[in-house]
Design a binder for this molecule. Sequence first.
Ligand SMILES: Cc1cc2nc3c(=O)[nH]c(=O)nc-3n(C[C@H](O)[C@H](O)[C@H](O)COP(=O)(O)OP(=O)(O)OC[C@H]3O[C@@H](n4cnc5c(N)ncnc54)[C@H](O)[C@@H]3O)c2cc1C
Ligand SMILES: NC(=O)c1ccc[n+]([C@@H]2O[C@H](COP(=O)([O-])OP(=O)(O)OC[C@H]3O[C@@H](n4cnc5c(N)ncnc54)[C@H](O)[C@@H]3O)[C@@H](O)[C@H]2O)c1
Length: 455
Amino acid sequence: MGRVADEVDVVVIGMGPGGEDVAARLANAGLSVVGVESRLVGGECPYYACIPTKIMLRAAEALAEARRVPELAGSATVRADWSPVATRIRDEATTGWNDEAAVRRFESTGGRLVRGVGRITAPGEVTVGEQVLRAKRAIVLNPGTEPAIPPIEGLAHAPFWTNRDAVAVEQVPESLVVLGGGPVGLEFAQVFARFGSEVTVVEAQSQLLPMSEPEASEVITERLRAEGVRVLVGSAVRQVSHSGRFQVSTDDEQLEAESLLVATGRRTDLRALGVAAVGLDDEARTIAVDERMRATDGVWAIGDVTGRGAFTHTSVYQSRIAAADILGEAGAPADYRAMPSVTFTDPEVATVGLTEAQAVSEHERIRTAIAKLPETPRGFIHKVGNEGLVKLVADTERGVLVGATAVGPSGGEMIGALAVAVHAEVPIARLSEMIFAYPTFHRAIQPALDELSTP
Ligand SMILES: Cc1cc2nc3c(=O)[nH]c(=O)nc-3n(C[C@H](O)[C@H](O)[C@H](O)COP(=O)(O)OP(=O)(O)OC[C@H]3O[C@@H](n4cnc5c(N)ncnc54)[C@H](O)[C@@H]3O)c2cc1C
Ligand SMILES: NC(=O)c1ccc[n+]([C@@H]2O[C@H](COP(=O)([O-])OP(=O)(O)OC[C@H]3O[C@@H](n4cnc5c(N)ncnc54)[C@H](O)[C@@H]3O)[C@@H](O)[C@H]2O)c1
C-alpha cells in the first residue's frame, strides 16, 4: 500500500534557534507547521554550546577575579569546585538535556513536532522515517552543523570529547589537550585551565583565532599563556593514541593528557538532507541563499548551514527574514555588513564587520587605528586584567567604519557602539563629535577615532 502524505503549509527540518523561531513565527501567523527534529528542540545553542559554555565561563571568571584580589584588595582563598557548574548546566540550563519545555513552547503556537531525521525526497516533500510530509508553501532547512573530526591517524577510535561531551563533564580533567584554537577551543581551554586543568592548545594556523585581527589574537594568546595554558601555533597533530591516557604527536613533540577535546570546526551533510532532490548541490559545505534566504523554489535555508557566520544571532536574524518572505510580507533584505561576534574568553574578543585584511581586499582606501586599554584611564583604574584594545577599520573614501574589534574585560559590550557605527554608516566625523562617558572602557574608541582623523 502506498504511503499517505500528510499535507501542511510548512515543514521546518532542524529545530535549532532559527528553526524554532521561524516555525513559531509561521505557526503564530496561522500556517500549519511541522517542525522535524532528530535530537533536541532548540538545537546546539541551549544544550551543548552558547548557554552551557557561558555558564562555565562565568564561573571561571569568578575564580579569576578572586585570584586578582591580592593585587587590589588584600587576600582571598580560592578553592575551585566544579560541582556547582555541572549542577547548573544539568539542572538549571538543560534540565538534564531534556527539551520538553521547548516542545511545549512550540506546540503552544499550534505547531506540530515530528521526531526523527528529515530528508527532502521530492520538491515539496519531506520524509521522516515512514512518514511523508507535503509542504504546500515552504520547506525551511535549519540543520545546523556537527563537530568536524579531522582525519588524524588514531583519532577516530579514541574516546575524545567534542563540545557535546565537554559541557556535560562532572569532573575537571587533571590535563587536557585542545585541538583547535578557534572560539570553541579557547573558551573551553580557559575554563578548564582556570579550574586547575593543565591545558595545551594546538592550533594548525599561525595564530589563535585565525579569523581575527592579529593584534586581538596576540592579546588573548598572552593572557592564556600567563594563566598557564600552553599554546602551540602552526602545529599539526600527526597521530593520536589512547591507552588510559591520550598520546598526541605533533610535528615537534609528544603530548600526554587525561582528556582530548576536538574543536577543529564544524561540518554539514547536505547529502543526508536530500537537497539534490530539489536541484541543490549536495556536495557543497553550505547552502547558498539569496537575501531572502531562498535556496530554490519553495525552499529556504537559515542558520549555520548558510555559511554566513555560525552564530545564534545570525540564525535568528535569518529566520525573521525567511518568515516574512514566506508570509509575503515586505521587509529589509539580509545585510551582513555589521555582523557581530564575541568570543567569551577573558578578555572577550569581539568583532563587527571586516578585519583589516578583509577590508583591504574589498575597499580601495583603508586606514586603521588602535587604542590600547591599559593606556586609558579605565585601564589604569582596572589594573590587573586590563589587557585589551580597540581597533577601527575605516574606509577613508566614504569616511565610515567598515569594521572594528574590541578586546577587553567587556569587549562584547564595547562592540555594541561600534556595531551601530558600522550598521548605520555613521560618518567618522560625526562619531568623533560624540561624548564618551568617562572613565569607561568604551571611551577607548575616542583616541582610536582621533588617530583616524589625524592627517
Ligand atoms: C561550543 C560552542 C559554543 C558556541 N557559543 C556561541 C555563542 O556564545 N554565541 C553564538 O551566537 N553562537 C555560539 N555558537 C554557535 C551556535 O551554537 C550556533 O550558531 C547556533 O546553534 C545556531 O545554529 P543553527 O540554527 O544553524 O542550528 P543548530 O543549533 O545546529 O540546530 C540544528 C538542529 O537541527 C537538527 N537536525 C539536523 N539535521 C536534521 C535532520 N535532517 N532532521 C531533523 N533534525 C535535524 C539537529 O539535531 C539540531 O538540533 C557556539 C557553538 C559551539 C559549538
Ligand atoms: N562565542 C561565540 O559566538 C562562539 C563560540 C564558539 C563557537 N562559535 C562558532 O561555532 C563555530 C565553530 O567553532 P570552532 O572553534 O569549532 O571552529 P573554527 O573553525 O572557528 O576554529 C577551528 C580551529 O581549529 C583549527 N584546526 C582545524 N584543524 C586542525 C587540526 N587538525 N589541528 C589543529 N588545529 C586545527 C583551525 O585552524 C581553526 O582555528 C564557529 O563558526 C564559531 O564562530 C561561536
